[in-house]
Ligand binder design. Sequence first.
Ligand code: COA
Length: 173
Amino acid sequence: MTIRQLDPADAAAMEQSYQLAVAVTQYDVPDFPTPSRQDHLARFEDPLAAALLAWEGGRVVGAASYQLPQSENLMYLDLVVHPQYRCRGIGTRLLEEVYAVARQHERGLIEVEAVRALPGGVARDEAGYRYLTNRSHRPGATSIRSRCQIADHAGGDAATLADGYSSPRCRAG
Ligand SMILES: CC(C)(COP(=O)(O)OP(=O)(O)OC[C@H]1O[C@@H](n2cnc3c(N)ncnc32)[C@H](O)[C@@H]1OP(=O)(O)O)[C@@H](O)C(=O)NCCC(=O)NCCS
């Protein structure tokens, strides 16, 4: 396995990195929409965005995409390994390289997202979350995707609000 910086001018590598994002989404969050190719490619038009790709036999099997915001001490990271290539050390090798890039750019904080299951919600493989918390990453914030089945939703009036719901802030004064 070799790790190389993604060259945004390399159309074949860009396409492979997109196909990796599709495979990971279908495996880890099959109820999420398929990533948009256009959004994926547009990400790398930002000069502050870059990616390290893990290659195995001419195939992209892992990616660490990151952004280095200009005015902060942060690195935003998206780390993924193809489901068929997990548990072979690829994620760990990518993460080591990411730490080196962060140090090189004097970034003291790396932020990365992982999914977890909600009580009574869709089952999720929490390998990513456990992977991070086993490596001195600490949970920073929870982001919830809320869903409303339109078929069960009578309309936009107050009668559709859940039992017991009130909005004290809006009614005050
Ligand atoms: C997290 C991820 C990048 C790890 O990649 P990887 O190449 O499998 O990582 P490595 O082979 O270096 O290490 C495997 C680790 O994941 C754990 N792991 C992998 N699959 C697992 C599973 N299904 N259940 C539990 N643990 C699992 C292994 O126990 C090991 O952790 P440990 O070293 O703390 O014991 C990969 O699982 C992934 O792409 N997940 C989905 C994306 C994601 O959640 N990204 C955000 C978090 S980084």
